[in-house]
Design a protein around this ligand. Structure first.
Ligand code: ADP
Length: 254
């Protein structure tokens, strides 16, 4: 059987060609790589965007983020959603009412695929409108490959939560500028913005985890924007920048 053979060699390639290092990595790998996911990884390895996986960046409830290398030995970030542990209710809640997605969502796998496609399109839309997010390369089924945010040695950038800004005021202004671009140009609201989902990349903010973002005329967009504004106001208060939600809102919308 050709498919099985391909999966088999994908597994060989991904595992042996290098280095899913360490015990924890192996545990994660076996959890993540069900047969279907392996097939998709194999297909993606034919796009040039992924030659090998090279370790784990993050293990979340719903998705794991791996570090990979593309055909030219550049690092990429590979986000793989686990079908079994995904929160379908949440996903459906954010997908419904978004005019971009008219798919019938009868099964869980399909909901996750739509969710990943949504994350890809949100990233693309943000990126093309000048918002600093990881550049999306390709997505297929439950896997998304994007620009790796980190140094040339392959260390991922920390979140703002882990690495508070050296110049909080400047960081704050850059984030507000991106929130404004996201709202006014990309016409999206992030919906889960906070110091947890902004990377501090050499004092440049990079906004991540944009899967739940909705278009501005989505029924819940207003509520999500208010939450993002409150989170940023609160987090930057801790960094020593005080501003009211009202002030932030004006800078974003007006
Ligand atoms: P989750 O939905 O599981 O929280 P995220 O997209 O927030 O997934 O990513 C989880 C973590 O992985 C982030 O906090 C960050 O540390 C890391 N990460 C995500 N995307 C990238 C990227 N493009 N480059 C480097 N690190 C990343």
């Amino acid at each position: 059987d050709k498919t099985f053979h391909e999966v088999d060699s994908a597994l060989e390639r991904l595992k042996s060609e290098k280095r899913l290092k360490g015990v924890e990595d192996r545990r994660v790998a076996s959890e993540v790589f069900d047969k279907r996911t392996l097939e998709v990884l194999y297909k993606l390895s034919n796009t040039g965007y992924l030659a090998i996986l090279d370790g784990v960046i993050s293990t979340g409830k719903e998705a794991n983020v791996f570090k990979g290398l593309d055909d030219n030995d550049n690092f990429v970030a590979v986000k793989i959603y686990r079908i079994a542990t995904s929160d379908f209710r949440k996903m459906q809640y954010y997908i419904q009412g978004d005019p971009r997605f008219k798919v019938k969502m009868s099964n869980k796998r399909q909901i996750v695929h739509t969710w990943v496609n949504k994350e890809f399109r949100n990233l693309k839309r943000a990126y093309e409108n000048g918002v600093r997010v990881p550049k999306p390369f390709v997505s297929r089924e439950n896997i998304l490959i994007m620009e790796f945010i980190g140094d040339i040695e392959g260390n991922p950038a920390p979140t703002l939560r882990e690495a508070p800004p050296l110049y909080p005021e400047e960081m704050f202004n850059k984030i507000i500028y991106y929130m404004r671009l996201l709202y006014r140009e990309a016409r999206l609201v992030h919906g889960d913005l906070s110091a947890f989902n902004i990377l501090n990349f050499d004092e440049e903010p990079v906004i991540i985890d944009i899967s739940q973002a909705v278009v501005v005329d989505h029924p819940i967009a207003g509520e999500l924007l208010e939450r993002d504004i409150r989170n940023i106001s609160r987090d930057f208060k801790r960094f020593g920048v005080s501003s009211t939600p009202q002030e932030i809102r004006e800078k974003i919308i007006d």
